[in-house]
Design a protein around this ligand. Structure first.
Ligand SMILES: Cc1cc2nc3c(=O)[nH]c(=O)nc-3n(C[C@H](O)[C@H](O)[C@H](O)COP(=O)(O)OP(=O)(O)OC[C@H]3O[C@@H](n4cnc5c(N)ncnc54)[C@H](O)[C@@H]3O)c2cc1C
Length: 348
């Protein structure tokens, strides 16, 4: 029997496995035949980049961002920071590097293991995949937006949005990302453009979106492009049941205003790793429930504010949006924290 079974070799699962593997037997079950390949912009904070193991950090950064221009009802606001406000990372390389880092720390990585069912059995967890049955004292569901583990815990995110990306071959070394909020096209989301060096990324997030909406908005042709899409869960809740913990997108630990989840997933994985290590060391799994308060203490203030802002934006009419624009001018733009914008600005 393993001490810990991690479901999913995405960034959060591999990061958790690398933190736990030095002190316990860790199994990672991944449905695909390798890590990587998920749709993601990889726009992350310096905080997130600093959490990465050094070898991984050096091989995934593609560009640095110092400014964001937000286009909102015909007006544009520039938020510029001295130094690096955010990094653009290669998400495919990130997943692969983190998975091999977890293996180098001693985690047993098993691919082509599609987890179909997880259940608490006395003081352990039974995991059935399409090919095998595994047992572990503890299971960490890091299996993303359509998590099988979340079903076992009885959790569903408040909303499931679509995230769509089109990469064009336009070279761009700019240090500025741009975002467009246009309620007449996307009621509950936004469009973005990210410079990635060899490519330029065009994306959008919201409900019921298609690539056609993105192509029309940015007037993109069909040639020289790659397309990628994935669901984005918004609105966390219950994250523990018995010896099963949910971490990352499986727990909807994402920013409700953007869908970004890498930093939040890593913060929660660090909290989980300490609680799991204590349970394995003492042989007492009865305190695993502490994990829920631990990650919520870090993340829920900004997630709650983001959820309120989302609802406010969705329901607001165009007239009322004008006063939001006036107030936006008052935000102290230099001090905004990429991961915790509400706690770090005068909005909270
Ligand atoms: C278009 C788009 C753009 C985004 N941009 C950003 C961004 O710029 N910055 C940011 O921070 N976040 C961004 N995100 C969100 C980010 O991608 C997620 O928060 C992040 O991937 C969460 O990592 P995870 O490891 O929890 O889940 P995932 O990355 O989804 O990994 C889950 C893993 O579990 C595996 N799996 C799933 N089901 C099973 C199963 N049944 N059995 C076995 N394995 C399974 C999957 O194959 C996958 O490898 C974006 C998302 C989208 C869709």
């Amino acid at each position: 029997m393993y001490d810990l079974a991690v479901i999913g070799a995405g960034p959060v699962g591999s990061y958790l496995a690398s933190l736990c593997a030095p002190s316990m037997d860790v199994l990672v079950l991944e449905e695909d035949d390798q890590a990587g390949g998920k749709a993601c912009s990889g726009l992350v904070s310096p905080r997130f980049v600093n959490m990465l193991p050094e070898g991984v950090r050096n091989s995934v950064v593609q560009n640095r961002v110092s400014a964001a221009i937000i286009h909102f009802m015909g007006q544009s606001f520039e938020f510029r920071k001295k130094g690096t406000a955010a990094y653009v990372i290669d998400r495919n390389a990130l997943d692969k590097e983190l998975a091999s880092h977890a293996a180098s720390k001693g985690a047993e990585m098993k691919y082509r293991e599609n987890v179909l069912m997880i259940e608490n059995v006395k003081d352990s967890v039974r995991i059935k995949t399409s090919r095998h049955t595994f047992e572990a004292h503890i299971a960490a569901g890091c299996d993303g937006a359509r998590s099988a583990s979340a079903r076992a815990v009885g959790f569903r995110p408040a909303e499931l949005l679509n995230g769509l990306i089109i990469y064009s071959t336009e070279h761009s070394d700019s240090d500025t990302v741009e975002m467009w909020f246009d309620k007449s096209i996307v009621k509950d989301g936004f469009f973005w453009k990210i410079p990635r060096g060899d490519e330029t990324e065009y994306g959008c997030i919201g409900k019921n979106l298609s690539f056609r909406v993105l192509e029309v908005f940015f007037r993109l042709g069909k040639a020289d492009v790659r397309r990628s899409a994935a669901p984005v869960p918004i609105g966390p809740g219950k994250s523990v049941a018995g010896n099963i913990l949910l971490i990352g997108d499986a727990a909807a630990q994402t920013k409700p205003w953007s869908g970004g989840g890498l930093a939040y997933g890593f913060i929660a994985a660090e909290e989980a790793s300490e609680i799991i290590a204590r349970a394995v060391r003492t042989g007492d799994t009865s305190k695993l429930g502490l994990y829920e308060n631990a990650w919520k203490r870090h993340l829920m203030k900004d997630i709650n504010a983001g959820m309120m802002l989302r609802e406010f934006y969705k329901d607001l009419d165009i007239g009322a949006l004008s006063s939001v624009i006036e107030n936006a001018e008052r935000i102290k733009k230099d001090d905004i924290d990429f991961d915790f914008p509400f706690s770090s600005s005068m909005l909270l």
